[in-house]
Ligand binder design. Structure first.
Ligand code: 87F
Length: 552
């Protein structure tokens, strides 16, 4: 860190110091991340206008940006790292919210809202927690032309905003457990290249903050929430994740231990942290004085947890399932699950087709299926096919004069492009079955692809070559921080993947531990550590098989 003063470092300031900071806002110039906005490539104009405009395997970065903008999920904004979430993306977030919100309410978690702004005093109460994060905190230093005597920070997370109130509210063991959640935005002034959904400067999340009378109850909740996060990814988004514990180096510094679910992006072989659930222990309750009278009449500190899931979910889902035609959306979260397209032919009875198409759409809608009747007269069917494929709609229902006559329609599924004939009299059941089938096919396809890219190794010499083949790696490890430091350093030096790195979409060739996987997970096979198993890196005694990889 440089010695230049940032608002964060003006801890003991007089008014003049604040003015000085504000008048000369920063001697330290902000290093701007270069954001790559979509540039339409010249060349085959027709091919570029269709679908993603380039191949996912050939230029993943461009593919991703094209897909999320052309499908109308995202639009760019004039502040780097901030994006507009358009209805097509936001409604997916609403589906995730609806599922998770209902599940945490079953656990007696209540929703609340705490302020956006945090005083410097509160923010810095717990030093360990804020230490590494300080450069990312955004500050409000002025109102109009005048400097604020006490600049305030915009929440990057709300531990320090909520816990002073918890200290007031929790007096007796009868006040516990306290379980609150909020659905809000947060701001973290990232300096790495922003990637919509995956790394943006403002994002949406839920943050749960709970307090318990004892460690056992707190521990149980950490894992219950982790499993709900797994279900969001696997059951809603069809994205397989590995549940595990973060290493000492990678855990949330303010807490006791961090549990995580880790996703995998097959196209570049990167791991991605998908959500975290932290056991905070009594560290924050000590600092914020969250003390209560226990059932024996003595004083105890509360055991706390915090857990968060963000709009990163959407980006991971896009990257895992999308193809050269665009998005591929899992039926459970797709804003539209089936689109009905009437086909008009010369000299045929268009009104019979139109009215049958409407009848089908109405029936599906009445059955609770999210359906759209695309009867726009100014577009031809081919255009409509491309449009809805780009947007990832799971089923396209085509109906023409012959179909009306035979009492059938053609259903085309987005995941495999397979077409099938469905009786109109059976349309609701037929479409429901197809949606379920697409949902489970997307998941099993992604599990297979992910598992094909988890490689077991035992020796350092196998490590970087495996990463270079776009794999993540399961290796016996000693769990030492110093060993993880050297894994990072050595893998970066040996990295052959400089080309990918230079494109800017991939951050670094260095690998780190993603998680120490939990035992007995469906879809994840773990080798067994033996008495004499050695660490793949330092040759000391190995304690756990650990998942390593390059990551976001
Ligand atoms: C950035 C700036 C300041 C992450 C930060 O994971 C503080 C932080 O505390 C910070 N970035 N974190 C860790 C967040 C921990 C925790 N908070 C509640 C979560 C889930 C939800």
């Amino acid at each position: 860190m440089s010695s230049e003063q940032t608002p964060m470092e003006t801890t003991t300031k007089t008014t003049e110091q604040v003015v000085a900071v504000d008048k000369k806002p920063r001697e330290k110039k902000e290093k701007k991340p270069v954001e790559k906005k979509p540039v339409e490539k010249k060349g085959d104009v027709k091919a570029n206008l269709l679908g993603a405009g380039c191949k996912k395997e050939e230029d993943f970065s461009e593919w991703y940006q094209n897909v999320i903008t052309r499908s109308e999920m995202i639009d760019y904004y004039d502040i780097s790292g901030c994006y507009i979430l358009r209805p097509w993306a936001y409604s997916i977030w609403e589906q995730i919210q609806a599922f998770f919100d209902a599940e945490i309410k079953k656990l007696d978690v209540q929703n609340a809202y705490f302020p956006l702004l945090v005083s410097e005093k509160a923010l810095t109460t717990e030093k360990d927690h804020i230490e590494g994060f300080a450069p990312e905190v955004a500050w409000v230093t002025k109102s109009g032309d005048s400097s604020l005597a006490d600049p305030v920070a915009i929440r990057p997370t709300s531990e320090t905003i909520m816990y002073p109130a918890y200290a007031n509210w929790i007096r007796s063991h009868r006040d516990l457990p306290l379980k609150l959640n909020q659905w809000v935005n947060v701001v973290r002034w990232e300096f790495k290249r922003p990637v919509p959904f995956l790394r943006s400067r403002e994002f949406l999340w839920q943050e749960g903050h709970t307090a318990f009378a004892n460690k056992e109850e707190a521990d149980e909740e950490v894992f219950t929430i982790l499993d709900l996060y797994r279900r969001v990814y696997e059951e809603l988004l069809c994205v397989p994740v590995v549940k595990g514990i973060k290493s000492e180096k990678e855990k949330f510094a303010g807490g006791l231990y961090t549990t995580t679910i880790e996703g995998f992006i097959p196209t570049n072989g990167r791991g991605i942290q998908a959500a975290t659930s932290h056991a905070l222990g009594q560290n924050f309750s000590k600092m914020f004085n969250i003390e209560f009278e226990n059932d024996k009449g003595g004083k105890s500190l509360a055991w706390q947890n915090s857990w968060g899931l963000t709009t990163r979910t959407i980006g991971v889902m896009v990257m895992v399932h999308g193809d050269d035609k665009g998005l591929v959306l899992p039926p459970r979260i797709s804003p539209i699950q089936a689109v009905v397209i009437p086909l008009h032919f010369k000299d045929a009875d268009t009104s019979a087709v139109d009215s049958k198409a409407k009848e089908i759409a109405d029936q599906l809608k009445a059955a609770g299926i999210r359906v759209n009747l695309d009867n726009r007269p100014n577009y031809n069917p081919g255009h409509k096919y491309n449009h809805w494929e780009l947007k990832g709609v799971p089923i396209r229902i085509e109906i023409g004069p012959k179909d009306v006559a035979s009492g059938t329609v053609i259903c085309c599924r987005r995941d495999t492009a397979e077409k099938s004939k469905v009786e109109i009299s059976n349309i609701v059941t037929g479409v429901k079955e197809l949606l379920d089938n697409i949902q489970s096919n997307l998941f099993s396809r992604a599990v297979k692809e992910r598992n094909d890219h988890i490689v077991n190794i035992n020796e350092w010499s196998e490590f970087v070559p495996a990463l270079d083949k776009k794999n993540v790696v399961l290796a016996p490890w000693c769990e030492k921080v110093s060993c993880e430091d050297s894994i990072k350093k050595k893998s970066s030096e040996e990295s052959k993947n400089k080309a990918e790195e230079e494109k800017g979409f991939c951050l670094t060739g260095a690998a780190k531990s993603l998680c120490i996987p939990l035992q007995n997970q469906e879809h994840v096979k773990l080798p067994e550590i033996k008495e004499d198993t050695k660490c793949f890196c330092c040759q000391e005694k190995a304690t756990k098989y650990t998942l390593f990889g390059r990551s976001y």
